[in-house]
Design a protein around this ligand. Structure first.
Ligand SMILES: NC(=O)c1ccc[n+]([C@@H]2O[C@H](COP(=O)([O-])OP(=O)(O)OC[C@H]3O[C@@H](n4cnc5c(N)ncnc54)[C@H](O)[C@@H]3O)[C@@H](O)[C@H]2O)c1
Length: 336
């Protein structure tokens, strides 16, 4: 049995706690939250879990092997470093920390101590995303040309982070995963603070990867419809992953092919006016068996601690995501 403590049980924490309690390979010993009302909530649901507002006592408890951190982003670095310092494995909610340097420190300390430092990029434990990754890796789509995603809603407005730091980690981690965590060549964000001054609620992010691969992420708390959709355009086929749909993956055998001209070389080096055919073949919507991503994520954390799996969302993956989130290349605002 892996003995676990959780720090933070606000909006998202209860989902983690439920999955930890349900996992047969761990025992949740304690829960720390600064808010009395949240501790009361946990005690009511799980009387066997010790609740406290004193993180230090939890981190210093020699019985505890691993700590799950589900507090606001600005607290992640301090709590993660203290937990690692006390020899605990950590699962930190996304994003792992606020700067690239902080994630590097977490990665280095975990490495030095031989501990797992995992980030909760939940979508990488979503069977539909795993299916999409297999499609990309199999080469069925051909070379990836561009990917764009939308994560929109009339949202739950936060004040501690902007919309990119709140919702963007999901899309960026999926895109990085699909592209084998390759480093981007350029990142540019354009956002606007319509609701709260200084906190952008709508962001358009453009990422350029090697090999002419483009990605675009649109996140907003200010949109009439709830949308969670990603489109992957490949040379041979195109895929739409719609997390709100019953059939989450749709594979389109569509593309534009260049027609060969008689006498032309393989590399189309003719000056003749090119002709194209529009290929519009089958639409396939494969069945993807759903499993709660958090259940898979928690099991993966246990497997990593036992040494049975290599961590999919380790600090290196977290670093790639925070590196993109941290871009300071803003399109200059023309509006004062
Ligand atoms: N993976 C996902 O899909 C997903 C979804 C939502 C939120 N999150 C992430 O989960 C984390 C928490 O978000 P949330 O929406 O639950 O926030 P929240 O503000 O609703 O809850 C945070 C809780 O942490 C407690 N807390 C704050 N500082 C603390 C400290 N130093 N020690 C102990 N407790 C402390 C607060 O009292 C609160 O109960 C964030 O990193 C967020 O990005 C992830």
């Amino acid at each position: 049995m892996i003995c676990v403590a959780q720090i933070g049980c606000g909006y998202w924490g209860p989902n983690l706690l439920r999955n930890l309690v349900a996992n047969s390979q761990c025992r949740v010993k304690s829960l720390c939250d600064l808010a009395a009302e949240r501790r009361k909530y946990v005690s009511g649901l799980y009387p066997a879990i010790d609740v406290t507002d004193d993180c230090q006592s939890v981190l210093a408890d020699p019985e505890i092997d691993a700590v799950v951190i589900a507090t606001p982003v600005f607290t992640h670095y301090d709590l993660a470093m203290r937990a690692l310092g006390q020899g605990k494995h950590i699962l930190v909610e996304k994003p792992m920390a606020g700067t690239v340097e902080e994630v590097e420190h977490i990665r280095d300390l975990a490495r030095e101590k031989g501990l797992i430092a995992m980030v909760g990029h939940t979508f990488l434990y979503n069977p539909a995303v795993r299916f999409l990754k297999k499609l990309v890796s199999s080469g069925q789509l051909g070379n990836i040309r561009y990917i764009y995603s939308q994560r929109l809603n009339l949202g739950r407005i936060r004040s501690d982070v902007d919309v990119l730091w709140n919702l963007g980690p999901h899309d960026i981690s999926i895109i990085q995963y699909l592209l084998d965590d390759v480093s981007p060549l350029a990142v540019q964000r354009q956002g606007m603070d319509y609701i709260q001054k200084g906190i952008e609620d709508t962001v358009f992010l453009n990422i350029l990867y090697p090999g002419k691969v483009m990605a675009h992420v649109h996140v907003s708390w200010l949109d009439p419809q709830k949308v969670r959709r990603m489109t992957v355009v490949g040379e041979k086929k195109m895929v739409v992953y719609d997390d709100m749909a019953e059939n989450k993956i749709a594979i389109f055998d569509k593309g534009i092919d260049r027609m060969a001209v008689l006498g032309e070389n393989m590399d189309y080096d003719t000056h003749a006016f090119p002709t194209f055919t529009h290929r519009s073949g089958d639409l396939i919507m494969p069945r993807v068996n759903f499993q709660e991503p958090l259940k898979v994520e928690i099991q993966h954390f246990m497997d990593c601690i036992r040494g049975d799996a290599a961590c999919l969302t380790d600090a290196n993956h977290a670093l790639g995501v925070v590196n993109i989130l941290n871009t300071n290349t803003h399109i200059r605002k023309m509006i004062p």
